[in-house]
Write a protein that binds this ligand. Structure first.
Ligand SMILES: Nc1nc2c(c(=O)[nH]1)N[C@H]1C(S)=C(S)[C@@H](COP(=O)(O)OP(=O)(O)OC[C@H]3O[C@@H](n4cnc5c(=O)[nH]c(N)nc54)[C@H](O)[C@@H]3O)O[C@H]1N2
Ligand SMILES: Nc1nc2c(c(=O)[nH]1)N[C@H]1C(S)=C(S)[C@@H](COP(=O)(O)OP(=O)(O)OC[C@H]3O[C@@H](n4cnc5c(=O)[nH]c(N)nc54)[C@H](O)[C@@H]3O)O[C@H]1N2
Ligand code: SF4
Ligand SMILES: [Mo]
Length: 744
C-alpha cells in the first residue's frame, strides 16, 4: 500500500500527460495515468511509467564526476565547482566571452528551472549559444518569429474541432505529437474520424499514423515545399483564396500568389511523387473544410525546412484556415507567453539573421546560432573560437550531423562541463559532469509546451521525492555556473543572485505599461511573492501578471501558484479562441506574408525541381518506447524487437540483394555505418529509414543496458554543410546514401 499518491505532469515529451505516482517510504511503487488530469484524463504512454526505472537506474550519476588521470571519478559538489572555477574564468579572461560555448538539449525545454535561469547563463557568456531547437523546429520558429512576432507563436492544429487534419512529416502515434501540445493524440485522431472528419498523412513512410489515416500521400523526402507550393498555386490559379477574418491583417498575399505562379501541380508532381490531380483536389478540399494543416519534423529537418514551414502557413491562410476554430490556432498561455505579454499587436523586429556564425556564416536567431555551426566554431582558430563548452541536457554527439567530427572536436577543447544524469556519448568527453535531480525530485510546470497547447492549461506539480541533502537543483547549478562565468567565484551567494533576478523580473513587469501591475510598488510585489524563491517565485509572478492571473489583487479569483497547488490535476482554461490581431507582436502590427527571404527562397526551390533525384534517400523515424538518444538504459523500455533496423522497400532489397535480417552498409558523402535490414513496404521505393539516437557502443560511456543493444549513430551520415540555408537546420531527412549488402 502506498503512503502517498502524488500527481505530476510527465516532463518526458510534449504531450504533458498527468501521472499518478504511488510512493511508500520514499520508494516509487507504481506510476499510472492520472484519471482526473484535466488534459490527459488518464492517458499515458510506456515512457511515463518508466520514470521509476530512471529513478532507480544504477547507471544514473548521483554525484559529480571529474576527470583525473584521464578517468572520470566521483567527487563532491564543492570540488567540482572549484575545478570549474579554476578553469573557465581564465579562458574567458584570455580569449573573451565567445570562448565559452553552450549547448542546451531537448530535456532542457521540459525543465521549469532550467528554462527560467538560462537567461543568466546566456548573459554570462558570448554568442556561441546553441540548442537542440536548431536541429529540430528552428525553421518553424523563424517563420513564427517573422510572421507573428513571437518565436513560439506556432499555429496549433485544432484537433478536437477540425473536419480535416493534414499532417505532413509527423508521426504522433509514435511521438505523441510535437509543436501541438496534447495528450492522447491517438484518441484525438480517432475522434476526428468518428465525427466524420478525415485524416490525411503526407509521409514517405507508411507510419503508424499513416496506417490510421483515411488517405496516405507518399511523398519523396525533402519535397514538401514543392508539394505545398503546388497546393497554394492551385488556390491562386483557381481563384479560391479566401483568408477570412485574418485577411485584413495580412500583407503581400498577391505578391506571394505571383511568386508561386510557376509551381503548378504538373510542375511539382513529378518531383514530389504525388499526382497533380490529387494536389488540385486537396487544395479544394482544404478550402472547402475546416481544415488544420500541421507540418513537423519531416518538414523541418530538411533542406527546405523554412520554406516548407512558411508554405504551411501560406496554405492555411489561403484556404481560410488560420486562426479559426477547427483550423490552426494560437494558444494564450497562462505564464510567460511571448504573445500574451507586452503591448498587444506590436513588438520589436525579430533578431533573425541580424547576426551570423563566425566561420560558416549561418544565420542566428533568438540569441542562438545554429547547432550545425558548432563544430566549425570549435575547430577554427581565431577570435571567437570556442575553447570550452558547457552542455546541459544534450547529447549532440548522437543528435547533430557529422558526429564523428564533433566527437573529435570535443576532445580538442581546453575544458568541458556537462550537466547530465549519464556518462554517454557526449558527456564522456567532459572534464566535469554535474548530475541534475531526476524528474521526480524536481517541481514542474510546462512553461515551454503550454505556449502551443491544444487547450490553454495550467498545471503545477511539486517534487514527488526529496532531493538528497546538499544536492543542488538544476536551476541552482545554472546559477552557480553563471556566477562562475561572471567571475563571482565558486562559492558566491546564489540565493542573493536569485533574489536579484526575481527583483529584475518584477521591475520589468511594473515598468511595462501593458502589465496589470504597471507602476505598482516593486517592494510590495516582492513581498507578496515571499516566501517563495527559485522557479516557484518566478512562476507565481508570471502566472499572476499573465492573462488569467490575479494581477496581485486586481482579479481576486485569478490564477496564482497557490491556486495551482490546490488543483493538483491542473486547471483547464478552455479551448483556443481566435487571437489575431491581438496576439501579433510585429513592428507593423500586421503579418508580412511576402517576407523577402522566404519568397526569395522559391528560386532555390525552382532550381531543385530540375535536379535529378538521388537513387536512395535516407529518412528518420521515432519509436514510442524511446526518446531521442536517451532512455535507452531503462530495461522496461528496451523490451521487444530491435529498433535500430534499416527499413528497405522490397523492390530495392531485391535489386540490392539485401535480405531481411541481413546487414547493409549505408554510406553518405560524410560517413558510413552498418545496420541490420528489415525489408518492408512501409517505406517508399528509393527511400530507406533509420532512427537516430543510437550508437551506444563507444568506449568510456556508462550505460550497461543501452550498450547491450547499441545500434549505430545515424548522424555520422549527416553533414554540417548540408543545411537549410535560411535556418541552418541540418538536412537529416533526405540524405543521399548508397547501400550495399554485406555479410556479418
Ligand atoms: N538524424 C536525426 N537526428 C536528430 C533527429 C532526427 O529525427 N533525426 N531529431 C532531432 C531532434 S527533434 C532533437 S530535439 C534532438 C535532440 O538532441 P539532444 O537534446 O542533444 O539529445 P537528447 O537525446 O534529447 O539528449 C538529452 C540529454 O539530456 C540528458 N538528460 C535527461 N534528463 C535530463 C535532465 O533532467 N537534466 C539534464 N541536465 N539532462 C538530462 C540525457 O541523459 C541526454 O544526455 O535530436 C535531433 N537529432
Ligand atoms: N517516442 C518518442 N516520442 C518523441 C520523441 C522520441 O524520440 N520518441 N522525440 C520527441 C521530439 S524531440 C520531437 S521533435 C518530436 C517529433 O515528432 P514528429 O514530428 O511526430 O516525429 P517523427 O515521429 O520523427 O515523425 C516524422 C515523420 O516524418 C517523416 N518524414 C521523414 N522525411 C520526410 C519528408 O521529407 N517529408 C515528409 N512529409 N515526411 C518526412 C518520417 O517518416 C516520420 O514519420 O517527437 C517527440 N516525441
Ligand atoms: S506521452 Fe509523453 S508526456 Fe505522456 S506519458 Fe508518454 S512520455 Fe510522458
Ligand atoms: Mo525535438
Amino acid at each position: 500500500m502506498p503512503d502517498h499518491v502524488h500527481f505530476k505532469t510527465c516532463p518526458l515529451c510534449e504531450a504533458t500527460c498527468g501521472l499518478s505516482i504511488e510512493v511508500r517510504d520514499g520508494e516509487v511503487l507504481r506510476i499510472r495515468g492520472d484519471m482526473d488530469d484535466v488534459f490527459s484524463k488518464g492517458f499515458i504512454c510506456p515512457k511515463g511509467s518508466s520514470l521509476k526505472g530512471l529513478q532507480n537506474d544504477p547507471d544514473r550519476i548521483r554525484v559529480p564526476l571529474l576527470r583525473r588521470d584521464g578517468e572520470l571519478v566521483e567527487t563532491d559538489w564543492e570540488t567540482a565547482f572549484a575545478l570549474i572555477d579554476d578553469r573557465l574564468p581564465p579562458i574567458l579572461a584570455e580569449h573573451g566571452k565567445d570562448a565559452v560555448g553552450l549547448y542546451t538539449g531537448n530535456p532542457w525545454s521540459h525543465n521549469l528551472g532550467s528554462i527560467l535561469y538560462l537567461l543568466l547563463l546566456y548573459g554570462a557568456i558570448g554568442r556561441n549559444r546553441f540548442a537542440a531547437a536548431s536541429i529540430d523546429q528552428r525553421p518553424r520558429e523563424i517563420v513564427s518569429g517573422v510572421l507573428y512576432g513571437a518565436r513560439t507563436a506556432f499555429p496549433v492544429p485544432d484537433l478536437d474541432r477540425t473536419e480535416l487534419l493534414l499532417l505532413i512529416g509527423s508521426d504522433p502515434l509514435e511521438s505523441n505529437g510535437s509543436i501541438a501540445t496534447a495528450p492522447d493524440w491517438p484518441g484525438r485522431l480517432r475522434h476526428i474520424q468518428e465525427r466524420g472528419g478525415q485524416l490525411i498523412v503526407v509521409d514517405p513512410r507508411r507510419s503508424k499514423t499513416a496506417e490510421l489515416a483515411d488517405d496516405h500521400l507518399s511523398i519523396v523526402p525533402g519535397t514538401d515545399a514543392a508539394f505545398l507550393a503546388g497546393i497554394a498555386n492551385v488556390c491562386f490559379a483557381d481563384g479560391i483564396v479566401s483568408p477570412g477574418a485574418v485577411g485584413e491583417f495580412v500583407d503581400g498575399l498577391d505578391d506571394v500568389g505571383r511568386a508561386l505562379a510557376p509551381f503548378t501541380p504538373e510542375i511539382v508532381a513529378p518531383v514530389c511523387g504525388i499526382n497533380p490531380g490529387r494536389i488540385r483536389s486537396l487544395a479544394h478540399q482544404l478550402a472547402d473544410s475546416r481544415a488544420a494543416i500541421h507540418g513537423r519534423l519531416g518538414t523541418c529537418l530538411q533542406e527546405f525546412g523554412t520554406l516548407s514551414s512558411w508554405l504551411v502557413d501560406v496554405v492555411s491562410i489561403c484556404t481560410g484556415n488560420l486562426d479559426v476554430e477547427g483550423g490552426a490556432m494560437f494558444a494564450a498561455p497562462a505564464a510567460m507567453g511571448f504573445n500574451t505579454t507586452g503591448q498587444p499587436r506590436f513588438g520589436p523586429p525579430s533578431d533573425y539573421a541580424t547576426f551570423h556564425s563566425r566561420v560558416s556564416g549561418l544565420p542566428g536567431a533568438f540569441d542562438q546560432l545554429p547547432a550545425t555551426a558548432m563544430i566549425d566554431e570549435i575547430e577554427t582558430p581565431g577570435d571567437g573560437q570556442i575553447k570550452a563548452l558547457i552542455t546541459i541536457a544534450g547529447n549532440p554527439v548522437l543528435s547533430t550531423p557529422d558526429s564523428d567530427r564533433l566527437a573529435r572536436a570535443l576532445d580538442s577543447l581546453d575544458f568541458m562541463v556537462s550537466v547530465d544524469p549519464y556518462v554517454n556519448e557526449t558527456t564522456r568527453h567532459a572534464d566535469v559532469i554535474l548530475p541534475p535531480p531526476t524528474p521526480l525530485e524536481r517541481s514542474h510546470y510546462d512553461l515551454s509546451y503550454y505556449q502551443f497547447s491544444l487547450r490553454n492549461i495550467a498545471n503545477y506539480s511539486p517534487p514527488v521525492l526529496p532531493l538528497g541533502k546538499g544536492f543542488p537543483n538544476e536551476w541552482e547549478i545554472m546559477l552557480r555556473l553563471a556566477a562562475i562565468c561572471q567571475g563571482r567565484g565558486a562559492t558566491s551567494d546564489i540565493a542573493a543572485a536569485d533574489d536579484e533576478f526575481a527583483s529584475l523580473m518584477v521591475m520589468l513587469s511594473t515598468s511595462d505599461a501593458h502589465s496589470t501591475i504597471h507602476k505598482r510598488e516593486h517592494i510590495e510585489i516582492l513581498n507578496e511573492l515571499a516566501p517563495n524563491s527559485g522557479p516557484e517565485r518566478l512562476l507565481d509572478l508570471a502566472l499572476r501578471v499573465g492573462p488569467y492571473g490575479d494581477g496581485f489583487g486586481v482579479t481576486p479569483d485569478g490564477l496564482t501558484l497557490d491556486r495551482l497547488i490546490s488543483n493538483p490535476h491542473g486547471i483547464d482554461l478552455g479551448a483556443l479562441r481566435p487571437r489575431i490581431p491581438d496576439m501579433l507582436r510585429t513592428p507593423s502590427g500586421r503579418i508580412d506574408l511576402a517576407y523577402p527571404a522566404f519568397v526569395g527562397d522559391l528560386e532555390r526551390l525552382s532550381q531543385h525541381l530540375t535536379k535529378p533525384r538521388p537513387p536512395m534517400l535516407l529518412i528518420g523515424r521515432r519509436h514510442l518506447r524511446s526518446n531521442n538518444s536517451w532512455q535507452h538504459n531503462i530495461g522496461t523500455l528496451m523490451k521487444g524487437k530491435p529498433r535500430f533496423v534499416l527499413q528497405v522497400h522490397p523492390e530495392d532489397a531485391e535489386r540490392l540483394r539485401l535480405t531481411d535480417r541481413g546487414y547493409a552498409r549505408v554510406t553518405s558523402s560524410t560517413g558510413s555505418l552498418v545496420a541490420p535490414v528489415e525489408v518492408s513496404d512501409t517505406v517508399m521505393c528509393g527511400v530507406v529509414s533509420l532512427p537516430h539516437g543510437w550508437g551506444h557502443d563507444v568506449a568510456g560511456t556508462r550505460m550497461a543496458v543501452a550498450s547491450e543493444r547499441p545500434g549505430a549513430n545515424v548522424n555520422v551520415l549527416g553533414s554540417s554543410d548540408h543545411v537549410d540555408p535560411l535556418s541552418g537546420n541540418p538536412q537529416l531527412n533526405g540524405i543521399a546514401v548508397s547501400i550495399e549488402a554485406i555479410g556479418t
